[in-house]
Write a protein that binds this ligand. Structure first.
Ligand code: SAJ
Length: 432
């Protein structure tokens, strides 16, 4: 049964990387959408149809849905009182001890509670571990007059956003959905089926839905940790790990992952800790997931140690060396710097007394130099921390020779190692 979507009003709480694409998509499907956020600058920007961050769907739809008034951003929480569907897209980060931080989610849920309307469908999109809906969200929403499945419905549809991905976005990525009641599940499946052109998968329970996202990303994290460990081993064995990965990938069941200076982003380095913590409370220790997190968290330090080794081979010390860190974003060709390994790399180099300059074409506000030429003029050593297309196209050995660059540490194995050997510029990658 398709929703009668005309006039259906939605509040999306949190119009950031997850919420804004979803709000634009629903608004473009004729829902009346209020984008509720605590950030006044962000809501003002959205209401002026100014794109706040890179996202292919936001770029395509924002101007249209703001112009036709299908999407309005606001900081006024009372919009929730007019919504049939309330979707929570707030961050679920970890704190400095890698412990889940539920504060944004709890605050959003308390805001809903204050404005709860009869028969409202509440959908949590934020990534959470199994049990959060029943043990954190419900106790806030329920009271003697409000029972889930009777006065309101609660569902979980873990977000799937891949920043910078031009192919996969919220409009075409399949979604898993769990709910606390049959009616809630039907309503949520109908809504997502109405706005998304992809398989909508009703799960047996809300816990199974919560578990899917945590294992999806833990799966990616362990695979990256696997290849990072292999790369460190091959550094000792003098084997080119990139060559080996390409060879192994000729096997139908091998899933290539790539070693790098670190694992950043709002998903991969964060989500496993939600499962690790929940399991710990239940009496199980995810030794394997914790080891993978340890291996990936140590890659920035490993990369800096490589810089030190290469400098020492050149008879130089890190102290006072002019080192250019190229890339602050956590992955290629986007402006998102959350959990970027570049931050730790820069700190470690500065702590060792290096003269560090930075440049990222997508993150000018965190670049000490205005463009690639300026940073190359100042540097003796390059450390590639993000594999932006611009770096791969411009950082040719012949160019670096002109700038008298002494060594290149390729933290994303994105440059042509053989070419550097020909120009007698020291090249060192991660595992190659
Ligand atoms: N990374 C490696 N080696 C790899 C792959 C990634 O070191 O082989 C690093 C990246 O450089 C980055 C971090 O890991 O710093 C995360 O990269 P990512 O490609 O996983 O990108 P994310 O964090 O944006 O993850 C998103 C997620 N997408 C959704 O939630 C829909 C994640 O679940 C996807 O698996 C991932 O994109 C993807 O596959 O692109």
């Amino acid at each position: 049964m398709k929703n009668n979507k005309s006039k259906k009003r939605i509040t999306v709480i949190g119009v950031g990387y997850v919420g804004l694409p979803l709000a634009c998509l629903a608004a473009n499907k004729d829902y009346q959408v209020d984008g509720l956020d605590i950030n006044k600058q962000l809501t003002a920007k959205i209401n002026k149809a100014r794109i706040p961050f890179q996202d292919s769907l936001v770029k395509k739809l924002l101007a249209k849905v703001v112009k036709n008034r299908k999407l309005r951003a606001t900081t006024q929480e009372k919009v929730i009182q007019h919504a049939e569907i309330v979707i929570v897209c707030v961050p679920t980060p970890v704190d400095e001890n890698y412990q889940p931080d539920f504060k944004p989610l709890i605050k959003a849920t308390e805001t809903i509670k204050k404005n709860l309307k009869d028969k409202q469908l509440i959908i949590i999109e934020s990534t959470i571990n199994p049990g959060v809906c029943e043990e954190v969200i419900l106790p806030i929403l329920e009271d003697k007059n409000n029972k889930v499945g009777k006065n309101f419905y609660l569902a979980h549809a873990p977000e799937r956003i891949n920043p910078g991905d031009l192919k996969w976005n919220v409009a075409n990525l399949p979604r898993n959905i769990g709910a606390m009641s049959k009616e809630g599940l039907t309503l949520a499946v109908d809504f997502y089926s109405d706005i998304i052109e992809a398989k909508i998968n009703p799960m047996k329970s809300i816990r199974e839905a919560e578990a899917t996202k945590t294992i999806e990303n833990a799966f990616r994290d362990i695979n990256i940790a696997f290849i990072n460990e292999i790369a460190k081993s091959f550094d000792q064995l003098g084997i080119d790990v990139v060559d080996v990965i390409k060879g192994a990938a000729s096997k139908f069941s091998f899933m290539p992952h790539w070693p790098s200076c670190g694992v950043g982003g709002h998903c991969i380095p964060v989500d496993p800790y939600y499962l690790i913590r929940k399991a710990e409370i239940a009496g199980f220790s995810h030794d394997f997931l914790k080891l993978a997190r340890k291996i990936n968290n140590e890659m920035p330090k490993y990369t800096v140690e490589m810089v030190q080794d290469e400098l020492n081979k050149l008879g130089m010390a890190v102290k006072n060396a002019k080192i250019a860190v190229l890339g602050v974003a956590y992955k290629a060709d986007i402006d998102d710097t959350r959990e970027s390994p570049s931050f730790e790399i820069i700190k470690l180099l500065k702590d060792m007394g290096a003269k560090v300059s930075t440049y990222d074409p997508y993150v000018k506000e965190l670049s000490s130099e205005k463009d690639l030429n300026s940073i190359l003029e100042k540097a003796e050593i390059l450390l590639i921390a993000t594999d932006h297309k611009q770096f791969k196209n411009k950082l040719k050995p012949i160019v670096l020779k002109k700038y008298q660059i002494k060594a290149v540490i390729d933290g994303k194995n994105c440059l042509d190692k053989e070419e550097f050997a020909k120009q007698k510029i020291v090249y060192k990658g991660i595992g190659r």
